[in-house]
Write a protein that binds this ligand. Structure first.
Ligand SMILES: Nc1ncnc2c1ncn2[C@@H]1O[C@H](COP(=O)(O)OP(=O)(O)OP(=O)(O)O)[C@@H](O)[C@H]1O
Ligand SMILES: [Mg+2]
Length: 268
């Protein structure tokens, strides 16, 4: 519908249009170096700041010398988590807890023999029980040293590790980084690049409409994308070719945006 209305071939703000931003690329490059070394990395940031996009690139761009095991269902127990790991390693996962661990360690050494390093990537790691994380850490201590555990999660991940009792885990971190909120200029550049990607003119958003979207996004890419996309739908409904302030305001009146803004202003 948007495509027909605006006369374009590609979907605007599609998830395929994800070249990394400069700071995401820097995080990815650093992670790749750590992955060759072995280590324990943390990538943290507020929801919608682009962590999973970096995770996807890390998994996708891994070369043949790296075996990447990705865990995204983090609410699982430790037993199920190691089963998911076994599956990712392509080894028997219906075995007992003890057997699964033993198989994983053997496979890890076989991979090292074959000249491959291992990267275990956990997304939404803030949802992981600390106990599960500790057990994973102990399991990886028995792996060859060139293995790397990379956790992606919200900032509370580090605060939960800040307790003295978790020093055993925290002291092993070799790299940590925050995915920041974007400043207004970077956010506008991000939105304009998305327009370029689908062939929409920059003038599709009137300057004041663009300004309001950038402010409403609060530096979060997901929020910017969702508001900007909703505005295009609103323009289709209103039969307009240019998104104006009225379109943006109508979108921001929707309860989920309003409530989110009320919550935000209560927080800051
Ligand atoms: N480099 C990029 N290019 C285009 N869009 C991007 C890029 N990075 C992030 N985004 C957009 O921002 C959205 C949020 O990114 P992502 O899902 O990676 O955030 P997150 O930090 O993992 O959030 P959460 O903590 O909720 O899981 C993506 O769906 C995508 O629309
Ligand atoms: Mg994510």
């Amino acid at each position: 519908m948007i495509r027909a209305h605006f006369g374009i071939d590609k979907n605007p703000f599609s998830h395929e249009a994800c070249g990394l931003l400069a700071h995401q690329q820097e995080i990815l490059d650093t992670l790749k170096v750590h992955c060759q070394q072995g280590g324990f990395c943390l990538v943290m940031g507020n929801p919608g700041t682009g962590k999973s996009v970096v995770r996807d690139a890390l998994v996708k761009e891994a070369d043949k010398r790296v075996m990447v095991a990705s865990i995204s269902r983090t609410m699982h127990t430790y037993t199920n988590t190691i089963r998911i790991l076994c599956q990712a390693f392509g080894i028997e996962h219906a075995a007992t807890h003890y057997r699964c661990e033993k198989n994983l360690i053997e496979e890890a050494f076989a991979l090292r023999q074959a000249g491959r390093s291992i990267v275990t990537v956990v997304d939404d790691a803030h949802l992981l029980e600390i106990d599960t994380l500790r057990k994973l850490r102990l399991l990886f201590a028995d792996f060859p040293p060139n293995n790397n555990l990379v956790l992606f999660g919200q900032p509370q991940l580090l605060s939960s590790l800040a307790l003295k009792t978790h020093e055993d885990i925290r002291s092993r971190i070799t790299y940590s980084v925050n995915t920041p909120r974007l400043g207004p200029e970077d956010m506008e550049a991000f939105l304009l690049a998305q327009l370029d990607h689908c062939g929409l003119a920059h003038s599709t958003y009137a300057p004041e409409a663009m300004g309001l979207i950038v402010r409403a996004s609060d530096g979060l890419m997901r929020r910017a994308r969702n508001v900007a996309l909703s505005c295009l739908l609103e323009a289709v409904r209103a039969r307009k070719r240019i998104v104006d302030l009225d379109n943006v305001n109508r979108v921001l009146m929707q309860p989920h945006w309003r409530e989110e803004r009320d919550i935000d202003s209560a927080l800051y």
